[in-house]
Design a protein around this ligand. Structure first.
Ligand SMILES: Nc1ncnc2c1ncn2[C@@H]1O[C@H](COP(=O)(O)OP(=O)(O)O)[C@@H](O)[C@H]1O
Ligand SMILES: [Mg+2]
Length: 132
């Protein structure tokens, strides 16, 4: 399965990203609960981009583990102002936007691999992988 890039600029794009990620999870043979996990990650991290960076994109791709398992990798990228304190932002309940502060820590818990890079110059990239 090839990789899909979805532009994120609006509320509607978040819904599209959520749906596309779910459809790709179905196609990759993920269980219903994993489809929901991946769709939840997609909508939380896509929302962060629209809310805090204004715009960006998510790249959804099939992944293959060294042990043969199939997975899905989601790469959320933006060129916004970045996250000044990643450690703080990863804490449950931390928000600068009057949110619930669960998007980043919740997404980390829903994924098997989670990586976040951020700087004021380059913006933010969050990469998550879930294996089947
Ligand atoms: N893409 C991003 N660009 C800049 N800041 C971000 C981004 N994503 C998250 N943040 C920062 O991290 C905080 C925590 O994010 P999150 O856990 O999703 O909680 P919430 O969105 O409810 O505030 C946000 O309040 C914001 O300050
Ligand atoms: Mg959030």
């Amino acid at each position: 399965m090839e990789s899909r890039a979805i532009r994120l600029e609006s509320e509607h794009d978040i819904v599209v990203a959520r749906g596309e990620v779910r459809a790709m999870a179905v196609a990759l043979g993920f269980s219903l609960i994993d489809q929901t996990r991946l769709a939840t990650v997609a909508s939380e991290l896509a929302r962060n981009i629209v809310k805090y960076a204004g715009r960006g994109r998510v790249i959804a791709q099939a992944a293959e583990h060294a042990d043969g398992r199939t997975g899905m990798r989601l790469i959320f990228e933006d060129s916004g102002g970045g996250i000044p304190n990643i450690e703080a932002a990863m804490r449950d309940g931390f928000t600068t936007g009057r949110g619930l502060g669960q998007g980043l820590p919740g997404s980390r818990r829903l994924a098997h691999e989670f990586q976040i890079e951020s700087s004021p110059e380059r913006g933010t990239r969050v990469t998550v992988v879930r294996w089947r």
